[in-house]
Design a protein around this ligand. Sequence first.
Ligand SMILES: Cc1ncc(COP(=O)(O)O)c(C=O)c1O
Length: 381
Amino acid sequence: MTYEHAFEADEPAIPSIPHLLESVGHTPLVRLENLTTRSEGRLLAKLESANPGGSLKDRAAWHIIRDAEARGLLRRGATIIESSSGNFGIALAMIGAARGYRVIAIVDPKITPTNLALFAAFGAEVVVIEEKDDSGSYHKTRIAYANRLHREIPGSFRPDQCFNPLNSEAHYQSTAPELLADLGPSLSTVVCTVSTGGQLGGISRYLRRYAPHVKVVGVDVDGSTVFGGEAHGYLTPGVGLSWTPDNLDDLSAVNEVYIVSDEDAFVACRTLVRTEGLLAGVSTGAALLVAFRLAIASRPRDHVVFLASDRGERYLQTAFDERWLKEHGMSTEISLEGLRRRAARLRPLSTDPKSECANYRYELAEQLDSPTARRRPKRLG
Ligand SMILES: Cc1ncc(COP(=O)(O)O)c(C=O)c1O
């Protein structure tokens, strides 16, 4: 009998997870004690950073890859190609290492040294696209390149996070039910940042259906045009897009939207770690600031949850480096009073996003030759 067999025969009942990817989801919900007072609402962070790849994107990436495996679209050793400079690419790189796939991430020059190092650590390949698109960002040029490469590499797979509806489906099936299971009727408000619309789209759709009393709030960054407006450059990573993403297909499920400036987002994530010990990324700062504003205006029994989308270690050379902040003209201030003042200054961009903020570009998926667009029926009307 080999050692392996002997181990199997009397395998002890260890409470372990069968494989790493099974640990995606079921993230902790943490009550923050030091920001709000007893007479205000309760502020809670859902720690998406506790996912094994360090971000919310593990959920969508694993959901999409599992579905592709089940449908026979991915064979061992196949290549996964995705446009992402950040968390979605890192999630795929982790899955690729665990399941035996080659991963190619199409990134842009804004990628941080930390993310490049993470791709290398997981053994993923990286292609840097230098050409900007018509909105001054790299989203469309990166996506178009990824789609071209996908056509050139036989048997390759494109998760297509921007257009694939399974992105928001992952949050509909996991993040939103987890929130409701944890808090039940005391869940009053959920605040999410937006880029591909995965988390905001999935969570809002689920809560509208199963808990319509919950207020769902979307947060974009100043300069992005997910909810319309003028496009300009911005520094907040992970948030924003130059159109309303298809994954956020029902804007009537979102109650309010806010726009947060780069400086507010950076100051908020830096204040969060100093007041609560929670080291999280810049998008978490943006969500926190809006959630803080809403909690201040809520009753003590109301629970205001925001999504802490990724780990702060990814931003040690930027958000948590005073020299970098000064070089980029941003405040290095950290104070609870200062954060309160910034929260008090926020006003919703809209309390009726469906009629005021839609910036859909339905033709884009086809223009960029998205494989998801090729699979789905033509939109009627
Ligand atoms: C750190 C961070 N926050 C927020 C988001 C936005 O999530 P979604 O793409 O689901 O809208 C992302 C997406 O990449 C992200 O990486």
